[in-house]
Design a binder for this molecule. Structure first.
Ligand code: G3P
Length: 260
């Protein structure tokens, strides 16, 4: 076969559609057609608790934050103060939600929230008024998260209105015996039919690690995860048990790497 010109390592973007070797191609070669199409799934934390965010941001693994009126109420903080603090801690997008329910009010609130910091992403509900506000805010160059999405058609309209991200709520669908992850699969399939559509799928209302695993299998762009679930994602009892055994064996050798 002809030589394939590989993209520089730093430009290789991971995609759910090239997860295995293609016949006759190396893994890197199999990624070439997909370069620039989709990055590895991003992790946002779903909270307005500044201390939790500070701690998770220190890992360098946090890509953004989502808040909503309930989470701000739970924090007991002033919405402008708490969002400003969060925006200082995190480089990525920080969603702050409007509470007006008609277009003009949403747009005015959205602009005020966006004035807090450049990385504020304005969150609007998936209503007709919210879609109109999304379009207006998008045209003003403001990033928009269209939230409370529970159906594929709602997601289609969010994308059409220029949403930066759309937030389908998987846990709340599971709560009423509907399949939340099936919605994510539907939206992924639909959005993939219309490349170069740029609206990202932000999986919200995540309740447990299997939601995250399924979201990654499907190729969702972002998961927003409660802090306690985020911490559980990197934990495994066999990791702890294995590390204990390694350290016990190592202690018996009397060696110390730092002193050699
Ligand atoms: O931020 C929106 C979403 O993640 C809410 O989750 O657990 O209240 O359904 P939950």
């Amino acid at each position: 076969m002809d030589a394939v010109e590989l993209a520089p390592e730093s430009a290789i973007r991971y995609t759910s559609r090239a997860t295995s070797l293609q016949p006759g191609l190396s893994y890197a070669e199999s990624l070439v057609p997909f370069v620039g199409t989709r990055t590895l799934m991003k992790f946002f934390v779903d909270t307005a608790d500044v201390e939790e965010i500070r701690d998770l941001a220190a890992t360098g693994l946090l890509d953004g934050v989502t808040t909503n009126p309930s989470l701000v109420a739970k924090s007991g903080r002033d919405v402008f103060e708490v969002l400003a603090e969060i925006c200082d801690l995190v480089e990525g997008p920080v969603s702050g939600e409007v509470t007006a329910i008609e277009h003009d009010g949403m747009v005015t609130e959205g602009r005020r929230l966006r004035d807090i910091a450049d990385n504020v992403m304005v969150k609007v509900p998936l209503t007709w008024e919210g879609l109109k506000a999304c379009r207006t805010l998008n045209q003003a160059g403001i990033q928009v998260n269209v939230t409370l999405c529970f159906s594929p058609t709602q997601a289609l309209f969010a994308a059409k209105a220029g949403a930066t991200v759309v937030s389908p709520f998987v846990g709340r669908l599971d709560d009423i015996s509907q399949d939340g992850m099936a919605l994510i699969q539907d939206i992924r399939t639909i959005f993939d039919n219309y490349e170069p559509l740029t609206t990202e799928i932000l999986v919200a209302s995540i309740r447990h690690p299997m939601h995250v695993v399924e979201a990654a299998r499907i190729g969702a762009d972002i998961c927003t995860v409660p802090p306690q679930v985020m911490r559980s994602l990197a934990s495994h009892p066999l990791t702890d048990k294995g590390l204990d055994a390694f350290l016990a064996d190592w202690g018996r050798t009397g060696q110390n790497i730092l002193e050699q």
